[in-house]
Ligand binder design. Structure first.
Ligand code: GLN
Length: 191
C-alpha cells in the first residue's frame, strides 16, 4: 500500500513516521508531479489551512487534488486538513477543497492560545488519545457523514465515503489507532 502525505507545510513528517511504523510505503507530496504517482491514499496534515491552500494554488496542485478525491481517492485530513476538505468553513471567508459535506469552524475549540490533550472514543474504539492545537470543530454534518468522535459535545472526527477527518492530531501521539483505521478504510475502498 502506498500513501502520499502533502508536505508543503505543517506536521507531515510525523504522519510519514507513523505510516512507516505500520509498514506502509509513505512518500512526501511536494509538487504536482508527486501527485501524479500511483497512490492508495492521501493525508492532508495539520498546519495552517490558509497557507496550505495558497501553496496548493501557487504550485498548481489544487485542481488535481480535488479531482482525485472526487474520483474516490481515500483521504485523511487532520486539523488544518479537515478545514481544507470541509464544504464550508463558517467563520472564514474562504472555503477550500470542499469535497466533504461538513461545516467546520476554524480556531474554535476551547481556549485558542493553548493546546490540550484528552482521550475519547472513536467509532467503536475506546480511550484513543486526542491532541488539539488551535483546533477546528465540526458544526454540522450532511446526510452521508458519520460522526466518529465528540469531545465536550462537539464533533471532532467524521467520515464520508472515502474521506476521514479529525480535528485532533493522532500523529502527535504514539498511538497508531487512527492511522490503522485509515488504512482499513483504504482496504475496504480497494475491495
Ligand atoms: N488553526 C489552524 C488552521 O486554521 C489549524 C491548526 C492545526 O492544524 N493544528 O488551519
Amino acid at each position: 500500500m502506498r500513501i502520499g502525505v502533502l508536505a508543503l507545510q505543517g506536521a507531515f513528517e510525523e504522519h510519514i513516521n507513523m505510516l512507516k511504523e505500520l509498514n506502509v510505503d509513505a512518500f512526501e507530496i511536494r509538487q504536482k508531479k508527486d501527485l501524479e504517482q500511483e497512490m492508495d491514499g492521501l493525508i492532508l496534515p495539520g498546519g495552517e489551512s490558509t497557507t496550505m491552500y495558497k501553496l496548493l494554488n501557487d504550485l498548481h496542485m489544487f485542481d488535481l487534488i480535488k479531482e482525485k478525491i472526487e474520483h474516490g481517492l481515500a483521504v485523511f485530513g487532520t486539523c488544518a486538513g479537515l478545514l481544507l476538505l470541509a464544504k464550508k468553513v463558517n467563520n472564514h471567508s474562504t472555503s477550500y477543497i470542499q469535497t466533504m459535506n461538513i461545516v467546520a469552524k476554524k480556531n474554535a475549540f476551547g481556549r485558542q492560545l493553548g493546546s490540550f490533550r484528552t482521550t475519547g472514543s472513536f467509532d467503536s474504539l475506546m480511550d484513543v488519545p486526542f491532541v488539539f492545537i488551535r483546533a477546528p470543530y465540526i458544526e454540522s454534518v450532511g446526510e452521508d457523514v458519520t460522526v466518529l468522535a465528540t469531545v465536550e459535545g462537539l464533533i471532532v472526527a467524521a467520515k464520508e465515503k472515502n474521506q476521514l477527518v479529525t480535528a485532533f492530531h493522532p500523529e502527535l501521539t504514539k498511538d497508531l489507532t487512527i492511522h490503522k483505521y485509515f488504512i482499513d478504510m483504504i482496504k475496504e475502498n480497494l475491495e
